[in-house]
Design a protein around this ligand. Structure first.
Ligand code: ZN
Length: 193
């Protein structure tokens, strides 16, 4: 796979202004803490940042898997499983089903939790569920140039958008041989920011 597939969804690290009082942010270790935070010297607010969850599915229909050609950066014009940032007030499985509907417009029966992928160098965790499509019909949304079913021997390995997509598909191919699809939890490495 190409080096470019190391790229991930954007993860802004720093905010410039306090969201409480609009004073420029200072970055330092607050009293009693053990790491640098974005904080406001005027109102005292500490703006914590925490990892973000990307949720998605691996929809399968007969002997094919659904991939979406991304219309937006990062990684426009590369193929991905349907996935995106989890929203507030939704569960993991709700987020996965929502992203699948938004990006591919495919009707699915959600299956088990399949891959949980720590990506600490970009402060993200990617989670994919198994999913059985209820039919082959697709109706991709605006973030997708094209959605299509790929045979497992046709997967465009060199044109996948994200490493987590690559490893999830590789696990699935391997598990198809045994017919068992346990949850896989692992980490992807990379340079620390
Ligand atoms: Zn403030």
């Amino acid at each position: 796979m190409s080096q470019d597939a190391e790229f991930y969804f954007p993860a802004p690290r720093l905010q410039k202004f306090c969201s409480q009082c609009a004073t420029p942010i200072t970055r330092r270790i607050p009293p009693g803490d053990n790491r640098e935070r974005d904080l406001c010297e005027r109102c005292g607010a500490v703006h914590y940042q925490n990892p973000r969850l990307v949720v998605g599915t691996m929809p399968v229909w007969e002997d094919k898997v659904l991939l979406c050609l991304r219309a937006i950066e990062p990684r426009a014009n590369f193929w991905t499983l349907p996935a995106g940032f989890m929203e507030l007030a939704e569960t993991l499985s709700e987020g996965a089903a929502r992203e699948t509907q938004e990006e591919a417009g495919v009707k699915i029966k959600l299956g088990g939790l399949y891959t949980v992928i720590d990506i600490p160098h970009v402060d993200q965790v990617h989670v994919y569920f198994l999913a059985q499509a209820l039919g082959p019909e697709l109706d991709p949304g605006p973030e997708t140039l094209e959605a299509r079913w790929y045979g497992f021997d046709e997967i465009p390995w060199d044109n996948l958008a994200f490493k987590s997509v690559y490893t999830t598909l590789k696990h699935y191919l391997s598990d198809r041989e045994s017919g068992e699809f346990p949850t896989h939890h692992y980490a992807l490495g990379g340079p620390k920011h």
